[in-house]
Design a protein around this ligand. Structure first.
Ligand SMILES: Cc1cc2nc3c(=O)[nH]c(=O)nc-3n(C[C@H](O)[C@H](O)[C@H](O)COP(=O)(O)OP(=O)(O)OC[C@H]3O[C@@H](n4cnc5c(N)ncnc54)[C@H](O)[C@@H]3O)c2cc1C
Length: 483
């Protein structure tokens, strides 16, 4: 059996890795993806391993969301073993930064996330913070309330200081660049894997099967089973392939993160706000470089702008906002930090915000994308299931909830969607320095946002379902699929 994996981000690589562990000696894998990885979301990720940290006020109300959360929670528990497996598989080819890694010490993997609740934005932060707290209690997850003053390396501007904070013991982070380097090394040294530094243009279908992937350099890659995992550009490949599959629109969630160097104020733990209007709030995680290097790099994230076309460079507003927020809300001394790198990645975001994962009606084609903001975290679980699907084995039947050809999931009530839209928009305004002249002004603005949100719902026929807040502009500008 010849497996063709298209895409070299975390999902393509981790699935290829799982296959190397399971396939027989006569099987082979071809992995196609450009070495430069332009727009690769994985390289821009923090990469936080957050489940509870990602919860917001209207989360966990529906079957899809609960199952998604279950997979995310499972991923939290699987990461330590997954990392061990990667280290073992890399053997002598372990990249230098991993040389002293003991999984939870001496490497890029660590745990401990502080969620701060400050007043820089507005009450939407409080509601999301309370939702996280409630979920931690409901699911019996270890956490503790902490005095914000006790958070290591947390030195916000006085007016941006948090009055409450909590600590989640089991939610951590990794350096995604080191993880990718390790997976690259494993696959480059596997006799059964052939790497192709190129891009897929389209898939060729004959009858019920894909017979080849056509590459930019004119080559055709033939195989028996195909996995399409190219992140947001998967959308273009599907379009060019004209396979006739009813797959919902996929967008580019353009996100910027910043790698900074802060020699006098290094981080030991992840410090973040809850999710906020439009994005995941402000966060900062230690960014490990290697055992013999000072631990003084920090990743600050992240912006999110959903577009129908890619942006190749970070926008000034996003970069400026992240820098200012990190200084104001996390540590004032970051004013002296050095800006090492501006990462730009495309979060693959579907119209219903759930991932596209699983087999398709083309017999030998599976798809894995649409993971939006937690694909890195979910990869130990997704790769396990996707490898099984490619090998014709069965997986948890609920995984079919994310089948790529599903109808668009409309599981948010109109009421919740309008509330989230209004709250997110106002939160976004406050994050960007909005100072109202009085409470009546805010109320007027809220009324206006509510009216606009209701009108948008009416325009697209959303009578008994709601538009996900981050997708509103795609509905507004006609990029969303309307029945
Ligand atoms: C700023 C930012 C912060 C984030 N933070 C986190 C976080 O803290 N935790 C978390 O879990 N997730 C986070 N995410 C989300 C996470 O990065 C994604 O969900 C995940 O990386 C998606 O992985 P992927 O392999 O599907 O896509 P990608 O990582 O985008 O990889 C796709 C790969 O396919 C390649 N490719 C593109 N076109 C072609 C083609 N035509 N042919 C072949 N190959 C192609 C690309 O070069 C790329 O390498 C973040 C994302 C961003 C942008």
């Amino acid at each position: 059996m010849k497996y063709v994996i298209l895409g070299n981000g975390i999902l393509g690589l981790s699935t290829a890795f799982r296959l190397t562990q399971r396939i027989s000696s006569s099987d082979s894998i071809v992995l196609v993806g450009p070495n430069d990885r332009t727009g690769c979301a994985t390289l821009a990720a923090a990469a936080m391993l957050n489940s509870f940290g990602e919860i917001s006020a209207h989360s966990l109300k529906t079957d899809h969301d609960l199952y998604h959360f279950e997979l995310s929670h499972l991923a939290t528990r699987r990461w330590p073993d997954f990392e061990k497996e990667l280290i073992a598989a890399a053997g002598n080819h372990l990249p230098h930064p991993c040389s002293k890694c003991q999984v939870l010490s001496g490497g890029c993997f660590d745990r401990g996330t502080f969620i701060i609740n400050n007043t820089v934005s507005d009450e939407w932060d409080d509601r999301n913070f309370e939702a996280i707290l409630q979920a931690l209690k409901d699911f019996d997850e270890p956490y503790e309330m902490v005095n914000p003053r006790d958070i290591p390396n947390y030195m916000p501007a006085q007016r941006a200081r948090a009055l409450r904070a909590l600590y989640i013991h089991n939610e951590g982070w990794l350096n995604p660049r080191i993880v990718i380097e390790k997976m690259d090394a494993i696959l480059a040294n596997s006799e059964r894997v052939t790497r192709v530094d190129n891009k897929v243009l389209r898939l060729e279908r004959s009858g019920d099967n894909i017979v080849a992937a056509h590459l930019e350099n004119g080559d055709r890659v033939e195989g028996d089973r195909y996995l399409l995992a190219c992140g947001s550009p998967t959308k273009e490949i599907l379009k060019q392939s004209a396979l006739g599959l009813p797959i919902q629109p996929l967008f580019y969630g353009v996100g910027v993160s910043l790698e900074i160097k802060s020699p006098d104020r290094p981080h030991k733990k992840c410090v973040r706000t809850p999710n906020r209007g439009g994005a995941c709030g402000i966060y900062s995680t230690p960014f490990f470089l290697g055992p013999d290097k000072p631990n003084d790099h920090i990743l600050v994230g992240a912006s999110n702008r959903i577009l129908s076309e890619p942006l190749f460079h970070g926008q000034l507003a996003a970069t400026e906002h992240l820098m200012a927020s990190a200084i104001n809300e996390i540590n004032e001394y970051f004013y002296a930090a050095q800006l090492i790198r501006v990462n730009v990645g495309w979060r693959p975001t579907t119209q219903d915000t759930y991932p596209l994962l699983g087999a398709t009606s083309v017999k030998n084609l599976a798809i894995a994308t649409g993971t939006k903001r937690d694909g890195f975290h979910l990869s130990p679980v997704i790769s396990d299931y996707m490898a099984s699907i490619l090998m014709g084995e069965s997986v948890d039947e609920r995984f079919a909830m994310f089948t790529p050809e599903r109808e668009i999931v409309r599981d948010i009530s109109r009421e919740d969607a309008v509330d989230t839209l209004v709250s997110s928009k106002l939160s976004e305004y406050y994050q960007h320095g909005f100072v109202p002249s009085g409470v009546m002004m805010v109320n007027k603005l809220k009324e206006q946002f509510r009216r606009e949100a209701e009108e948008l719902h009416d325009q697209v026929g959303a009578k008994d379902w709601g538009i996900p807040a981050e997708l509103a502009t795609m509905y507004q500008y006609g990029h969303a699929q309307i029945d």
